[in-house]
Design a binder for this molecule. Structure first.
Ligand code: BG6
Length: 500
């Protein structure tokens, strides 16, 4: 994958995302020699500082992030030579003018950059003004031909809207100024190796796909559990809550990759067409029946790793009577031939006992168990667990005979570990996605219709929760797997929540 000489502009270069993810990712790519001569990074932020101070601040940020490892002086010197700063207020057109002049001056140098990538790493309330000014001041303008150079691309961070309506409005606004092939809506889960591997696992092997359907699968469980609380992001999280923060994007992405039909090629539109079809097939939850399909939780005080932690309502910046859910559990049905009748259980929350993200595909029990005399404490159905993080890998659970004179059965796991096989992931999700964007590959980014379709799935839940009576929060203690009610989602089914 050859990155062309280009300019990356980061709006919001002093923000949390830039510090924790973007700068470390760009530094890491520099270290690995993946950024060519003529590559330039321009940070834009409000702070009144010179270039040297900005570079020092970025050095500290890289040192603090555990993504990039310790800072190497020689690599940082190379990185710093490419790093520039423009002070700007993103509501003020003059700042964009100054930015353009700076870019033009830089772009006159050799070798000529072949494109501009602008990263909107700013609060969503600034998106409309930023897109408009970027276009009017000719920093990021419409390019009609996807193959034209110099290219201009925009990365938009999540949340992309807060409902289908607002996402549509934002799409409309962005499209007033840019073509769809220029817009890269980022979901960092798609940059994770193990998430991309779902497609390889399913479609580069021939033994799994024939059993990947309602004929053999009982249900699918998708979990993204975190041990962290709201951290220092109460301002954002109070407005977002678990469904907007994790489900509309990450969890639904995992669902679509698990459920989609094989695309004809691994190209952006072929893959995204299939994902959109899955989203459109998810049964819409109806007012009145939401509680049978969706459970919300908010953590109270508890213990994580033996350490007492406060409840959500006691966190700094959180309202003492906050109704924001920090956990949600959903049962979704995909109404198509492959998946009719197979529930997809999705669960994600803060302050759960372990940090673990996985997709667990549970198969049906054998139709008849002939081992009538066998000692079977509990027959565990076959299960394929795709571990997204940590301990990235895959496992297949099956029953075996326990050695001995007595006939006894026991479930065991056959496991594949990325770390053992390859020594761990080579690149972080943001590195992968930045390179994809710079090389113009939108396969791992959400298309316009895809984000809107994902909002259409979660909107009824958000609306019902917003309109209904207050929830009995807090309803799970920090360090537990969530409220009891979440188990009710399995009523009438064969499964129960895993504790991976
Ligand atoms: C982000 C959410 O998108 O994903 C955070 O805003 C969450 O609340 C994070 O903590 C989880 O990402 P990861 O890569 O740590 O699983």
């Amino acid at each position: 994958m050859k990155v062309p000489p280009c300019t990356v502009v980061i709006l919001g270069a002093e923000g949390d995302l830039a510090h924790r993810k973007l700068m470390p990712a760009l530094y890491h790519l520099t270290r690995d020699g993946l950024l060519p001569e003529g590559f330039t990074i321009v940070g834009v932020a409000r702070r009144d500082q010179g270039e040297d101070r900005f570079r020092q601040a970025m050095k500290s940020a890289i040192a603090e992030s555990n993504e990039a490892g310790p800072v190497d002086e020689e690599v940082f010197a190379r990185f710093a030579r490419r790093l520039f700063y423009v002070r700007g207020d993103l509501n003020d057109p003059a700042s964009y003018r100054a930015l353009r002049q700076r870019l033009e001056a830089r772009e006159k140098e050799e070798p000529k950059p072949q494109g501009r990538l602008v990263y909107l790493s700013v609060p969503p309330s600034l998106y409309p003004a930023a897109v408009e000014h970027l276009s009017r001041e000719a920093v990021a303008v419409r390019v009609r031909d996807p193959r034209a150079t110099p290219w201009v691309r925009l990365i938009v961070e999540k949340p992309f809207g807060r409902s289908r309506e607002t996402a549509r409005e934002l799409n409309r606004l962005v499209h007033e100024h840019l073509s769809e092939h220029q817009v890269f809506r980022i979901d960092h889960y798609l940059g994770k190796e193990t998430v991309q591997n779902v497609l390889v696992f399913r479609f580069a092997n021939s033994i799994f796909e024939p059993v990947w359907s309602r004929q053999h699968i009982d249900h699918v469980q998708i979990t993204a559990a975190e041990t962290v609380g709201v951290e220092h992001r109460a301002g954002y999280y109070e407005e977002a809550g678990a469904v907007r923060d994790m489900f509309q994007n990450h969890l639904l992405q995992l669902l679509t990759l698990t459920a989609m039909e094989p695309p004809s090629s691994f190209t952006a539109d072929a893959v995204r067409d299939e994902k959109v079809k899955v989203l459109a097939s998810i049964r819409r939850l109806r007012e009145g029946g939401i509680d049978d399909h969706a459970v919300r939780g908010q953590y109270g005080p508890g213990t994580i790793d033996g350490r007492p932690v406060p409840g959500y309502r006691q966190e700094q910046g959180v309202a003492p009577d906050s109704q924001t859910p920090t956990l949600a559990a959903l049962r979704l049905m995909v109404d198509n031939w492959r998946w009719q009748g197979v529930p997809f259980y999705l669960r994600s929350g803060k302050r759960m006992p372990r940090r673990v993200s996985e997709i667990a595909v549970q198969f049906r029990c054998p139709p008849h168990l002939m081992f009538a005399r066998a000692r079977v404490p509990e027959l565990a159905p076959n299960l394929i667990a795709m571990r997204v993080q940590p301990d990235e890998g895959l496992s297949l659970r099956f029953e075996i005979k326990v050695p001995g004179l007595e006939l006894a059965l026991k479930p065991v796991d056959m496991a594949f570990s990325y770390a053992e096989a390859f020594g761990g992931a080579e690149h972080s999700a943001y590195e992968t996605l930045l390179v994809d964007c710079m090389t113009g590959d939108a396969t791992l980014f959400a298309r316009r219709d895809e984000v809107e379709a994902a909002w259409a799935v979660v909107d009824p839940i958000l609306d019902a929760w917003a309109a209904g009576p207050p929830a009995p929060f807090p309803n799970y203690a920090a360090g537990t797997w969530g409220p009891r009610e979440a188990h009710k989602l399995f009523a009438g089914g064969a499964g129960r929540w895993r504790e991976p």
